[in-house]
Design a binder for this molecule. Sequence first.
Ligand code: NAI
Length: 395
Amino acid sequence: MVVKPKIRGFICTTSHPEGCAKAVEEQIDFVKAQGPIANGPKKVLVIGSSTGFGLSTRITATFGCGADTLGVFFEKAADKKRTASAGWYQSVAFEKAAKEAGCYAKSFNGDAFTNEMKEQVIETIKSDMGKVDLVIYSLAAPRRQHPVSGEVFKSTLRPIGQTVVQKTIDTATGVISETSVEAASEKEIADTIAVMGGEDWKMWMDALKDADVLTDGATTVAYSYIGPKVTQEIYRTGTIGQAKVDLENTAAVIEKDLAALNGKAYISVNKALVTQASSAIPVMPLYINILYKVMKKYDLHEECKEQIFRLFKDRLCTEDGIVPVDDAGRIRIDDWELREDVQEEVGGMFNEITTENHDEIGDLKAYNEAFLRLFGFGYEGVDYDADVEVDRQFA
Ligand code: NAI
């Protein structure tokens, strides 16, 4: 099949197997070029490991720390008419490279919210790894079926309290307009917390602890976002922000549960990046488009691989074992995004940007390139006119 991008709204429905493999290779090369990370974890479980921050975490653990990894994700294999999803191809490519490098790597494709997935993972840890010393929680999901009640929750991206008029960009045309996003109902707030809050993270950690598959001193980290004023009403004070607050509060609960093991539970607040999850959030593409431009200007630009490398090297695996955190106990790798000079400039540009001047002020071309790269398009050395085998399987 000759695979070309097919964009529908904020999703690309095709992905390129060679391009996705190249994406993984680039990340591996980046991590290797930084040199090994001392004091790193050795047996790592990444929940949400196929794309975005989770994939970079798995790559950093393996190629920076020499760790064995288990990855959990929800992706689609190819069928006769359709390519697989990008996360599928990336995970196939990752596993192959990890094994070639002599590291154990096993992947589970399915719903991380179920008890069955937790049981399968635990059985595999017992049989293949013994125990894990790091558990990363990097899920970004639109829905969750509760494993006990069976109730299905859907997450929404809405403000709380009042309708918000939000500046937004149509990334296909560059048209900038204002859309009105209605305030969430109480049920929508509760449902979003049920999907993206801390309950499932705690369920994972409870299951792992009860099965005795966590090492003494095991660490777990979940990823969160805070962001600046311009995204606040939709993000941090909106439904998703409430879920993140719930996730953040769960860290303390988990750490208490892990006390007998001297375990640690952290939140890492990461920076805004183009990922499949962030493209779906109304204000994010416009904000990120400007943020990238400013951070590049200050030579502070980072993608998932740079962010996660910094998380491991300068936060989780420090020489003295001390993990630097903010007043609320959170790891901050959004520090450069939220730097005062960066935000002052981004805020001004965000107010000024219009359909007419967006080419000068923002950088939609760079945003769209980053978006396409998520699906394996735009990599040098890949022949996008060639017929490729889209059925790629785990070895
Ligand atoms: P992503 O969309 O690239 O990755 C999400 C991962 O979750 C994928 O591996 C996907 O397969 C997996 N997943 C989704 N539903 C699943 C299910 N039911 N069962 C098993 N796996 C499932 O997202 P991204 O952006 O890397 O987000 C990861 C975390 O980082 C999220 O908590 C997000 O809020 C957080 N974050 C994202 C930021 C951004 O700008 N993209 C900024 C700061 C934090």
